[in-house]
Design a protein around this ligand. Structure first.
Ligand code: NAG
Ligand code: NAG
Ligand code: NAG
Ligand code: NAG
Ligand code: NAG
Ligand code: NAG
Length: 357
C-alpha cells in the first residue's frame, strides 16, 4: 500500500481551528461557462441557493471569489460584493495574480468597495487570497499538464506585501492575507517564502486528479487525508483552509477516477462530512464556471435548492445537522414545477398533514 495509516484527521483539524469561526461555502467565478459576465442578480441567486440547499449540513453562506474585478471591466468592483451584502454571505476574496506584473487594478477595485460599503463589507470578509494555483501552473506538473500562465514565489510574496500595504489603513486591515495553491505547490520547498509570507494556507485538493495514486472513489479518502496532512505539515503553524475540493458528477474518467452523481455523493459523505463545521471549506462547486473543464462539478442543476444528491451527513460524522429540511413555498420559489412536486411529496412523508395546515 502506497499510503501510511494516518492517526486520524480529527487530531490536526482540532488544533488548526480551535476557537475560530468556521466558514463553509462554494467557489464562484466572475463569468458563466460562455464567458459572459455574472451580474449582481446572478450572484444573488447563487448565494440564495447555497444557503437554502435542502438537507444541507449547516448553512453554506460563504463564497470564495477569484478576483475583485467585475468581468469585462478594468477595475470596477465585482458585483458579487453587492450580492454578498444583500444576502449576508461571507467572502474569501481573491486577487488574480497570473499573467500580470501588477495587481493595481485588483487593489483599486477592492478599495472602491471599501469606500462604498465600509465596515459592513469588512464584516463579511473572511480573508484575502493573493493568487490561485499560480505556483502549481509554473511547477513541473503544471507545465506538463499545460495548466496555463502562472507566477513564481517571488511574485506572489511581492503581491502579498503590496496587498497588506494597500489595506493597512482601511477597514480590511488585520484581515488574514494568504494564498491558494495545490498541495504539491505547498509541499515544494522552493515555495516556502510564500508560506512564510501568508497568514493562511489555502489548498485545492482533488483526489480525482491524482491519477498516479490509484484514485478510485474508494481510495479518495486515504488520498485526501494523506495530501492534507502533507499540506498541514508544510504550513507550519499557519491555518490551512480547504479552498476547493469535490468530485465531478460527469465528465471523462481520470486515471482510476470515475465521475458520477453516486461518486460525488460518496465524496461529499466521506470527505466533506469529516470537514464541515471543523475546518473552513469552499466546496467545488455549486455551479460550473470554468469553460475549460470537461469535468462538471455542479451539485445543483439550474441552481435548484434540491441538489443532485442528498447532502445529509451521517449521524456521528461530526458535521452540522441537516437544515432546510422542511419544504416551504418560499424556499422553493422560482423553482421548476417538477421540483415543487418532489418537495411536497417528501414534505407529506416526513411532516404529515402539518406541512399543509
Ligand atoms: C449574518 O450572518 C452572520 C453569521 O454568518 C450572523 O451572525 C449575523 O447575525 C447575520 N446578520 C444578519 C443581518 O442576518
Ligand atoms: C518547485 O517550485 C519551483 C518554484 O515555484 C518550480 O520552479 C519548480 O518547478 C517546482 N518543482 C517541481 C518538482 O515542480
Ligand atoms: C515582503 O515583506 C516582508 C516583510 O515586510 C519583507 O521581509 C520581504 O522582503 C518582502 N518581500 C518582497 C518580495 O517584497
Ligand atoms: C509531501 O509530498 C512531497 C511530494 O510527494 C514529499 O516529497 C514530501 O516528503 C511529503 N511531505 C510529507 C511531510 O509527507
Ligand atoms: C508561528 O510561528 C512564528 C515563528 O515560528 C511565530 O512568530 C508566530 O507567533 C507563530 N504564530 C502563531 C499563530 O502561533
Ligand atoms: C436525506 O437523507 C436523510 C437521512 O437519511 C433522510 O432523513 C432525508 O429524508 C433525505 N432527504 C431526501 C430529500 O431524500
Amino acid at each position: 500500500m502506497r499510503f501510511p495509516h494516518l492517526a486520524g484527521l480529527s487530531i490536526f483539524l482540532a488544533t488548526a481551528t480551535a476557537q475560530e469561526k468556521i466558514y463553509q461555502g462554494f467557489n464562484s467565478g466572475n463569468t458563466f461557462t460562455d464567458q459572459t459576465a455574472k451580474k449582481q442578480a446572478d450572484f444573488e441567486k447563487e448565494f440564495k441557493t447555497a444557503s437554502a440547499l435542502s438537507f444541507s449540513p449547516g448553512s453554506f453562506n460563504s463564497v470564495r471569489l477569484y478576483t475583485n474585478i467585475q468581468a469585462k471591466t478594468t477595475a470596477d468592483p465585482i458585483s458579487a460584493f453587492d450580492a454578498a451584502l444583500a444576502t449576508n454571505t461571507s467572502l474569501l476574496l481573491g486577487i488574480w495574480c497570473s499573467g500580470t506584473d501588477t495587481i493595481t487594478n485588483e487593489l483599486t477595485a477592492l478599495q472602491a468597495a471599501i469606500t462604498k460599503h465600509g465596515q459592513r463589507f469588512a464584516d463579511l470578509v473572511v480573508g484575502i487570497s493573493v493568487g490561485s494555483e499560480d505556483l502549481y501552473r509554473v511547477s513541473e506538473s503544471g507545465i506538463a499538464n499545460a495548466a496555463g500562465i502562472g507566477a513564481g514565489p517571488n511574485t506572489i510574496v511581492r503581491f502579498i506585501n503590496q496587498t497588506r500595504s494597500a489595506l493597512a489603513s482601511t477597514a480590511l486591515s488585520g484581515k488574514p492575507v494568504g494564498h491558494v495553491d495545490s498541495w504539491s505547490a505547498w509541499a515544494n520547498e522552493s515555495n516556502s517564502a510564500v508560506v512564510d509570507a501568508a497568514d493562511f494556507v489555502g489548498t485545492d485538493l482533488y483526489p480525482y486528479y491524482e491519477k498516479d495514486l490509484t484514485n478510485t472513489i474508494d481510495n479518495a479518502k486515504t488520498i485526501f487525508d494523506t495530501l492534507l496532512k502533507n499540506v498541514t505539515d508544510s504550513a507550519g503553524n499557519k491555518s490551512v483552509w480547504i479552498t476547493e475540493t469535490g468530485w465531478p458528477v460527469s465528465g471523462p474518467n481520470f486515471g482510476s477516477a470515475v465521475p458520477s452523481v453516486d461518486n460525488a455523493r460518496a465524496y461529499w459523505e466521506r470527505i466533506g462530512c469529516q470537514l464541515f463545521g471543523r475546518m473552513n471549506v469552499w466546496w467545488y462547486n455549486l455551479r460550473d464556471s470554468n469553460p475549460a473543464n470537461k469535468e462538471k462539478f455542479a451539485i445543483t442543476t439550474d441552481l435548484s435548492t434540491t441538489p443532485q444528491f442528498n447532502l445529509t451527513c451521517p449521524a456521528g460524522s461530526g458535521a452540522p445537522v441537516s437544515i432546510n429540511t422542511v419544504a416551504t413555498k418560499s424556499a422553493a420559489s422560482g423553482i421548476k414545477a417538477s421540483f415543487l412536486m418532489d418537495s411536497w411529496v417528501y414534505a407529506i412523508v416526513v411532516y404529515g398533514f402539518l406541512a399543509f395546515v
